[in-house]
Ligand binder design. Structure first.
Ligand SMILES: [Fe+2]
Ligand SMILES: [Fe+2]
Length: 318
């Protein structure tokens, strides 16, 4: 089992250096087609527990047979695979990693057991049991019977909790680690709770329910493999706001079948919180139009932006 040398962690990489035998987990790889100068290339994003960076893999020119062999080799690389690369690390238009086969650069899959998963698997700094207790305590304080019943139906769903405990908050931007989604949810809940202490007209139970459930769709968007967070197609095709809304709708339907009186107006207000939580930015179906929706949007944005800055590397962004 190979351990990454400290200088090979993404956070420690120095620009304009040649990497030889560095290990990275692949978060995305796709055939880029042919560039303007006629060269076939693949785009790749790879990294480790300290961050991810994009790059380009340039194929040999001139020999169709060689190009086909290189394409076949690259097509074997799956998301989450750990690869050993020989390449340049420099800042250019399309990223940082430059793998040019004509320059003798290489990329090879490392079989499981050939690397230490701990080098790639970033985990929450908090204890999961303690975090789940905080979540349970916030829900237990709810006065609203239908909202408390809804939240508890998620908390009592063993599969949901098991997945929530492992889910990342994002692939790269913020809370990009195992347990990151739970940390983000709790932070947003605490911000909302604080907001309710001075804006007493806010519906605390509705806002806390929105904070708990606003991002649960991410559990269906991100997959945590042994060595990397990968994004499923459902992210670009449906998005986590709609998925969260669907998951909440599914639970409410089950509760109604069991005789719980979950009023349609309340469901609509909660749906609005979830579907508008990105505010004016991308992803929102509607802009926030209720005080609770405005509060949730800003709490969500506050937490994700601060976390992003704390975790940001000097020249990250692609
Ligand atoms: Fe979100
Ligand atoms: Fe969020």
């Amino acid at each position: 089992m190979e351990k990454k040398p400290t200088e090979h962690f993404v956070r420690n990489l120095k620009l304009d250096t040649r990497l030889s035998g560095a290990l990275f987990a692949v978060a995305s790889i796709r055939d880029g087609g042919v560039s303007k100068n006629g060269k076939r290339y693949f785009s790749i994003r790879m990294g480790d527990k300290t961050g991810y960076r994009s790059g380009t893999i340039w194929l040999h020119e001139g020999s169709a047979q060689q190009e086909a062999a290189e394409v076949s080799k690259l097509e074997l690389i799956k998301l989450g695979d750990v690869v050993r690369v020989r390449c340049l690390y420099e800042k250019f238009n399309n990223g940082w990693f430059k793998i040019d086969f004509a320059m003798g650069h290489q990329i090879d899959i490392v079989p499981a057991g050939g690397y230490d998963p701990a080098d790639f698997l970033a985990v929450s700094p908090y204890d999961t049991k303690t975090q789940l207790k905080l979540l349970n305590d916030a829900i237990a304080k709810m006065q609203s019977e239908p909202l408390r019943t809804l939240c508890k139906s998620f908390l009592e769903d063993g599969k949901f909790i098991e997945q929530l405990a492992k889910a990342p908050g994002a692939q790269t931007q913020h809370h990009a680690y195992q347990g990151g989604l739970l940390d983000h949810i709790l932070e947003v809940m605490q911000l909302c709770e604080t907001c309710c202490t001075f804006h007493k007209d806010l519906d605390r139970d509705l806002l806390i329910t929105g904070a708990f459930l606003h991002d649960i769709g991410k559990m269906r968007v991100y997959e945590y493999k042994e060595s990397a967070i990968v994004i499923k197609d459902v992210d670009s095709l449906i998005g986590h706001l709609t998925l969260s809304h669907t998951m909440v709708g599914e639970k409410i339907r089950v509760l109604r079948e069991k005789g719980v009186d979950f009023q349609e107006d309340l469901e609509m207000l909660l749906a609005h919180l979830i579907l508008s939580h990105h505010g004016e930015e991308g992803g929102s179906a509607v802009r926030p139009k209720t005080p609770e929706a405005v509060a949730l949007h800003h709490a969500d944005n506050f937490d994700s932006q601060v976390a992003k800055e704390i975790g940001r590397m000097p020249d990250a962004g692609q």
